[in-house]
Design a protein around this ligand. Structure first.
Ligand SMILES: C[S@@+](CC[C@H](N)C(=O)[O-])C[C@H]1O[C@@H](n2cnc3c(N)ncnc32)[C@H](O)[C@@H]1O
Length: 244
């Protein structure tokens, strides 16, 4: 996969590159990467879905989330779906070592096939319920994007307790989820979610409630809205564990 050319610090004639030019190159490289990831999916429906998903979580959001991920180390993507974002973050930095987990075996098969097609050896995927998955290893970073509202609400405190044990001391947990307010934004998201998952239970957590649950596990949490052109009530929770 073509990826790293955008980080070159100087122009071909050796003169230092202007920040604007370097930014433009980085953006072009990121766009190319996203095109390659989308093209790696076998079915037209998945290619369409992933295009839409990359439009919802578009470049500023990827940069926003990506800035918190270490440039090297072990990273866990829970509820990874087709692996869109771990494929992207793995392609950006080859010293990141990713594991993605999702309940949906077909999505996981596709994610592993895409990683292979893209020549990414630093990411692998396993089909499993995140509520059952465990590991003896700890991770430098764990994230889950739009997973929590799909989990049975009663299991979320226990799930977060388990996640806490998987984050190394000083490590980071990033959660992107959907708030319960404002009402019209919540309703907009609910309609789209219902189209995807039918009548499966969904709970959009009040942000203060979800934040308290994460804090109860010993994380220091900062949360903020991520403003979208579309009316999604996105919330990003950035949670850090103290060093031991
Ligand atoms: C809205 S999709 C988000 C996928 C991906 N994180 C993304 O941002 O594109 C939610 C994903 O969570 C997965 N999921 C829901 N409940 C799960 C569970 N208990 N264990 C593992 N994955 C789960 C679904 O299969 C689905 O792929």
């Amino acid at each position: 996969m073509s990826s790293q050319d955008a980080s070159a610090p100087s122009s071909p004639n050796g003169a230092p590159e202007s920040p604007a030019k370097a930014d433009a190159k980085r953006t072009a490289s990121a766009r190319r990467m996203i095109r390659e990831i989308v093209a790696s999916f076998d079915s037209l429906v998945t290619r369409l879905y992933s295009k839409i998903r990359f439009t919802i979580l578009r470049q500023p959001f990827l940069d926003e989330i990506g800035q918190y991920l270490p440039k090297k180390g072990r990273i866990l993507d829970l509820g990874c779906g087709f692996g869109l974002f771990s494929l992207y973050f793995a392609a950006l930095e080859k010293e990141r070592d990713f594991i993605g987990i999702d309940l949906n075996a077909k999505r996981i098969e596709q994610a592993n096939r895409s990683a292979e097609k893209l020549g990414l050896t630093n990411v692998r995927y396993q089909a499993m319920d995140v509520l059952d998955w465990s590991s003896d290893d700890t991770f430098d970073a764990i994230y889950f994007l739009d997973l929590v509202h799909h989990l049975p609400a009663d299991f979320v405190p226990e799930f977060l307790q388990k996640v806490r044990k998987l984050v190394r001391p000083g490590g980071i947990l990033i959660i992107k989820d959907v708030a319960d307010k404002p009402y019209f934004k919540m309703l907009f998201t609910l309609i789209l979610d219902r189209l995807m998952v039918g009548m499966e239970p969904i709970r959009y957590w009040p942000p203060s409630e979800l934040q308290s649950l994460v804090e109860a596990q010993g994380f220091k949490v900062v949360r903020h809205k991520m403003i979208d052109i579309l009316p999604y009530p996105h919330i990003l929770y950035v949670a850090r564990l103290p060093e031991e």
